[in-house]
Design a protein around this ligand. Sequence first.
Ligand code: ATP
Ligand code: MG
Length: 444
Amino acid sequence: MVIDRLRPPVGVLEIADRLEQHGFEVWCVGGAIRDALLGHPHLDWDLATSAKPADVQRLFGHRKTIPVGLEFGTVGVLDSQGVMHEVTTFRRDVRTDGRHAEVEFGVSLDEDLARRDFTINAVAFSPRRHEVRDPFGGQSDLQARIVRAVGDPDARMREDRLRALRGIRFAARFDFEIEPATLRAIEASAPFLGRLSPERVKQELDKTMAQIDRPSAALRIWQSSGAFNTLLPELAAAAPSALTAPDFAAKPGRARRPARRTIRFAALLASLTPADAGAVMRRLRASRHEIQTVVNLVSLWHTIGREMTIALTSGEPPDSIVRRWVSTIGRLQVGEFTRLANALWEADRAQGRPAPAARSISSAYRRMQRSAFSDPIDLGALVVDGDDLRRAGIPPGPVLGKILQALLAAVIEEPHRNTTDWLLQEARRRHADASRDTGDGGRT
Ligand code: ATP
Ligand code: MG
C-alpha cells in the first residue's frame, strides 16, 4: 500500500524519538494507520511501545502525562503543542469474559497486534524507520476492502462481543465486505450481546451515527444479524425506511456537533411511539438531555408530522397554519424539528412514498423561522398576562388558564388581535360564557 501516506504529526514523532532514545520500541498502530492507508485523515495517532506505563510516566514527567487507563497500559502524553497522544504498552489479554479483559505487559509487538480485533486495525508503522509490520495481511484486506477478524473469528468474538458491533461499523463506514467466517461469527454473537454494558453499546451507536455517511448500512446488519433483537427489540422489525431515515440527517462532521447525532437517533426512532423511543434511549443510558430531546422530537412528529406532510404536499399553507406549527414546535426547536422532518420525508420519498418536495420544505422552513422570531406564538408574546386577567375580574384557576390558551389560539389565527383592548374584552366574554354554562345548574 501507499506507505507515503503514513505521515504522523510532529508531536507524535517527538514522543517516539524520546522513547527510542531510551531504548524502547515504538510503533504507530490502530485506526490512524488504517485511515491513513485508506487516504482518510485521522486525528488520533496512537502509539504502542515496549515501555511500561511507569517508564512512560517517568520519561515524560507528571506534568506531561495523564493516566488514561494505567491498568490497560495506556498513558496520555502531551506533545509540545499540548496535544494528547495515547501511548500504550504492548499487551496481551490473559483472561476475557466477553466484556472485560485482564492484561499482561512485557510482550512483543507481534503479540500486541495479535490481540487486536480486525486485520485492518492490526498494522503497525515505525515512524522513524518507516517500517511496516503487518503479520495478518491488513494491507491486502484494506486493498480488497474486507473486514476480517485477526485469527479465529468465533474465538475472538467470544473474548469480546463488542467486536461484533465494531466489525459491522467498520464495514459500513468504509463500504467493505465482511469476510464470510467473520460475518458468521458476528451473527453467532448476536444472542450474547446483552452481556455488553449499555454504555459500550451506546458508544458504538454514537460512533455509527457520527462517523458513517449512511448509518443504515450498519443498522441493516444490526437488524439482519439479530443484534437489534437482543439489544433494541423495538427495532427488530423496523421497516427499511426507519433504518434509512438517519442517512438523510446530516452527519455531525468535524465539528462533532452532538445535536446532529441526536437528530439521527430521533430519525431512527420516529416510527416508534414516543414512549418506546424514550425507553430505547434510557436503556442505552443516553444523557437526560438527549433522552428528552429525542422524546420531544418524536412526540412532535407524531403530533403534527402527518398534518404537515399533507399540507406541504398539497400546496402552500396559509400564514395562520405556519404560525400554529411554530407554536406547537416551539420557537427554538424549529431548526431541529425541520431537520428531523426533512430526513423522514426524504426517506419516504426514497421508498416511493408521497412526501413534500424539497422546495416546499425549504420554503416552509424559511416561513417558520421568520414566524418564530416575529410572530406572537407563545403565551409570553401576548400583551396581557394572568395578572391582567385577574385585575379584569377573572378569578385565578383552571378557567383562567384555559382562557389564556384560547386567547393565544385567537392571536395565532389573527395576530392583529394582540392588543389589550381586544384581549381583555375577549377574556371577559369567555369568562361570562363559562360562568353561564356552569351557573345554570348544569343544564346545557
Ligand atoms: P475509530 O476511528 O473508531 O476510533 P479505531 O480503530 O481507532 O477506530 P479505537 O476504538 O480507537 O478504534 O481503538 C484503537 C485500536 O485498538 C483499534 O484499531 C484496534 O487495533 C484496537 N482495539 C480497539 N478495541 C478493540 C477490541 N474491542 N478488541 C480488540 N482490539 C481493539
Ligand atoms: Mg481511535
